[in-house]
Design a binder for this molecule. Structure first.
Ligand code: CA
Length: 220
């Protein structure tokens, strides 16, 4: 899951970025509204965390520009503006959710999971495909009910594949979903993770389409 954090306060930005990384998100962080729009025009994100009081272009204007451009990325506003009319304006302006600062990290993470599953058209908290189940809240996987322990990166990769069963994801796409800007990626990192996941979940779980990428077949 790749997240864009738009936040000009260095302390809040650092805390949120670290917490999201600890929760296995790939996080990119920009500090003003103009950079947010440039980045969102160039790259695809699963979710945007948007502060409102931002240098150069205000968060509400960023939101408006995104929606005017028909960019439907889920946006969760994080703002100290706590008046009812601010929250109403944010939601009516195209935000999918609005969390007032200061907030508790566990609530932010839960709201992010809720937005993500709604975007995928699911109300169920777990991702499942046949015998395989992955719980984004606990990061636990199970196959035929038997629990399987995954590392943070293994979880991220499996989540990316399970979100789109039947779709082939290229190496570049998987790297984009797993690693943020400042994280070093070994050239064969994706292969290592796939190898580890197959060992844990059975070799048939993830299919390789030679020269194209990897997929999880849609269970019948
Ligand atoms: Ca701010």
């Amino acid at each position: 899951m790749r997240v864009l954090l738009v936040e000009d306060d260095p302390m809040i930005g650092n805390v949120v970025q670290q917490a999201l990384r600890d929760a296995s998100y790939a996080v990119d962080w920009v500090r003003d509204g103009s950079s947010a729009l440039t980045t969102l025009a160039a790259l695809r994100y699963d979710l945007v965390l948007l502060d409102l009081g931002l240098p150069r272009i205000d968060g509400m204007a960023v939101l408006q520009a995104l929606r005017t451009a028909s960019n439907d990325v889920p946006v969760l506003v994080l703002s100290a503006r706590d008046a009812t009319h601010d929250r109403v304006a944010g939601l009516d302006g195209g935000a999918d959710d609005y969390l007032v600062k200061p907030f508790v990290m566990s609530e932010l993470l839960a709201r992010m999971r809720a937005l993500t599953r709604r975007k995928q058209g699911s109300a169920s908290p777990a991702l499942s495909n046949g015998a395989l189940v992955l719980d984004p809240a606990t990061h636990e996987a199970s196959i035929d009910g038997a629990p399987v322990r995954l590392t943070a990166r293994e979880f991220s990769l499996l989540q990316a594949l399970l979100q789109r069963p039947g779709a082939i994801l290229s190496r570049a796409e998987l790297e984009h979903r797993i690693y943020g800007w400042n994280e070093e990626v070994e050239s064969n990192a994706v292969e290592f993770l796939i190898h580890a996941l197959r060992k844990k979940l059975g070799s048939a779980t993830i299919k390789n389409v030679r020269g194209v990428g990897w997929m999880v077949s849609k269970a019948q």
